[in-house]
Design a protein around this ligand. Structure first.
Ligand SMILES: Cc1cc2nc3c(=O)[nH]c(=O)nc-3n(C[C@H](O)[C@H](O)[C@H](O)COP(=O)(O)OP(=O)(O)OC[C@H]3O[C@@H](n4cnc5c(N)ncnc54)[C@H](O)[C@@H]3O)c2cc1C
Length: 348
């Protein structure tokens, strides 16, 4: 079997890259070991604002616009738009925070995102009110992965198996030959003999699925320490935590308690924890994704380091990587693997 591409992985990086291939009529197979990792357990929040300091981030507006455009293209493939147009309402901790929000909302960068129209919510504790993040939204994570995976399967793109690096010889893998391989394994890259030394650091995150006794009355995402929003089965999602040192592949009691305490802080009614899940965000010290080709094997590409913003980074940089591979467009230096001059990051 001859294809243009092999994709290894099945998270945001892999699926947004697969979308580029579908859009440009390239042939490919995608390897999925079908484990629920960071992408599948993510909250799906699409947020242009850093909600601790009320700042925005590199390429936020461009990424938001590009995501909307891409999700419309994906809608043409699966018949569904996965963007849920419900804004984030940030609960203020005190008057000082409100003042900070107001002063930031005057800046050119933040004016499109920080509404000056403060509101009070009924079902939760919010003595200082809430601020609305304009242009924020959510991805319907469950349907996005379910539908795209079934599309890939139907079209014969999906290989539901773990990619075995020992079987890769040049551009041949078992019965498949390809022109390029794109590795999108998230923290799984640590097992990839070609890219295992890229400087991605796992950041373990947990979320809860909870049954609320009194449901918030309107359609939005509530944020204090973490995000709270409704799922389609009547439960609510609450998460996620950040733990840069946890490495164990098991639910952590401390993180679970952190979430229960975080929710209890503003939700005054009884609730039941129905499920706890965790995943590992692939983060990079400079908070930029990592894209580029292997110095010895120019047709092996890495697409990783999506960090806490897997949706925006995955969508935007899938296109950057595709344009780089197919049209020779130079990678932005901020995301280029080559920024890590130290050769120890790449070991053969
Ligand atoms: C609790 C939590 C909440 C989050 N919330 C948000 C959010 O609201 N918004 C947001 O934008 N981001 C969020 N994130 C971050 C986001 O999930 C990550 O940035 C993103 O998932 C990284 O995507 P990825 O495709 O690089 O890696 P992953 O999601 O880890 O996917 C890689 C996949 O590759 C597979 N794989 C690896 N090796 C192989 C192999 N050899 N063969 C076959 N398959 C392989 C793995 O099984 C895995 O499924 C959250 C993360 C966590 C943990």
């Amino acid at each position: 079997m001859k294809v243009d591409y092999i994709i290894v992985g099945d998270g945001y990086g892999a699926l947004f890259f697969a979308h580029q291939l579908i859009k440009h009529q390239k042939t490919f197979v995608l390897f999925s070991e079908a484990q629920k990792s960071a992408s599948q357990i993510s909250a799906g929040i699409i947020n242009p604002v850093v909600l601790k300091k009320f700042t925005t981030f590199w390429l936020a507006a461009e990424q938001i616009a590009f995501l909307s455009k891409t999700l419309k293209e994906i809608e043409n493939i699966t018949g569904k738009n996965y963007q849920i147009f419900e804004n984030i309402r940030r609960i203020f901790h005190d008057e000082k925070e409100k003042e900070l929000w107001l002063s930031k909302s005057d800046s050119k960068e933040l004016a499109p995102f920080l509404s000056k129209n403060f509101q009070n919510l009924d079902t939760v504790r919010n003595p200082f009110g809430t601020g609305n993040v304009e242009n924020s939204a959510r991805l319907n994570v469950e349907d996005f992965f379910t539908d795209l995976n079934s599309y890939l399967q139907k079209k014969g793109h999906l290989k539901a198996e773990k990619f075995d690096y020992a079987e890769l010889h040049g551009l041949s893998y078992k019965e498949i030959t390809c022109k390029s391989i794109v590795f999108c394994e998230g923290m799984g890259a640590l097992h990839n003999p070609f890219f295992k030394d890229i400087p991605v650091i796992p950041n373990k995150g947990h979320h809860l699925k909870v049954k609320l006794s009194v449901k918030p009355e309107n359609a939005f995402t509530i944020k204090k320490k973490h995000f709270l929003f409704p799922l389609k089965n009547g439960l609510h999602y609450y998460g996620g935590t950040y733990d840069p040192v946890g490495r164990e592949h098991e639910v952590d009691d401390f993180a679970t308690q952190q979430l229960i305490d975080g929710l209890s802080e503003f939700y005054p009614h009884p609730f039941e924890v129905v499920e706890v899940n965790y995943g590992f965000r692939p983060t990079v010290k400079d908070r930029r994704p990592i894209l580029g080709s292997h110095p010895e094997f120019p047709n092996y590409f890495i697409f990783n380091g999506l960090g806490a913003r897997g949706i925006l980074n995955g969508c935007f940089f899938a296109d950057e990587l595709f344009q780089h591979i197919e049209n020779g467009k130079a990678l932005m230096p901020e995301v280029d693997l080559k920024r890590f001059e130290n050769p120890k990051f790449i070991r053969l």
